[in-house]
Design a protein around this ligand. Structure first.
Ligand code: UDP
Ligand code: MG
Length: 148
């Protein structure tokens, strides 16, 4: 099933110049970029994004971290895109993330784990709507689309 998933380079991912590396990996995998923007997240948007963690002890620090610098928002489309990107990002704790994943190759921390991705199709729909208007998402054909 063709799906869309929401992916974000966190402030450490941008600050460590890893945005290109992330984009390269998702493109090479065969996913299609259908939305892209950059912003320093306002606190209320950060709280809405991470609402499921509002009661967790790390919530305050997480909101401070995610609003501490520029972030890059992306929407990637492709076959089973949600699961594919979660696997490519790796486990939440970079130390536990497999080598070969973005977090396993470039991170050491739990909080500063470089990249976010939606954990289900429903979450993806909610997260995409938080960051993108319908007219900011692009519908287009790729020349190699039939292979993918
Ligand atoms: N996080 C943290 N401490 C923890 C667990 C998570 O700072 O003990 C941060 C981390 O940046 C993580 C984010 O909170 O990416 C959201 O946590 P979640 O469990 O949803 O992980 P993810 O879906 O990003 O792998
Ligand atoms: Mg999560």
């Amino acid at each position: 099933m063709a799906e869309r998933t929401f992916v974000m380079a966190k402030p450490d991912g941008v600050g460590r110049r890893l945005v290109g590396e992330m984009v390269r990996r998702f493109e090479s995998r065969g996913l299609k970029l259908v939305g892209l923007k950059m912003q320093v997240m306002p606190k209320d948007l950060a709280k809405a994004h991470y609402a499921e963690h509002a009661e967790k002890p790390f919530f305050g620090e997480l909101v401070s971290f995610i609003t501490s610098g520029p972030t890059v928002q992306m929407v990637w489309e492709g076959l089973n895109a949600v699961e594919a990107v979660r696997k490519m990002n790796g486990a939440t704790n970079c130390l536990k993330a497999e080598i070969g994943t973005i977090r396993g190759d470039f991170g050491l921390s739990v909080q500063n784990n470089l990249v976010h991705a939606s954990d289900s199709v429903e979450t993806a729909q909610r997260e995409i709507a938080l960051y993108f208007k319908q007219e900011e998402l692009w519908d287009y054909a790729m020349p190699d689309g039939h292979w993918l």
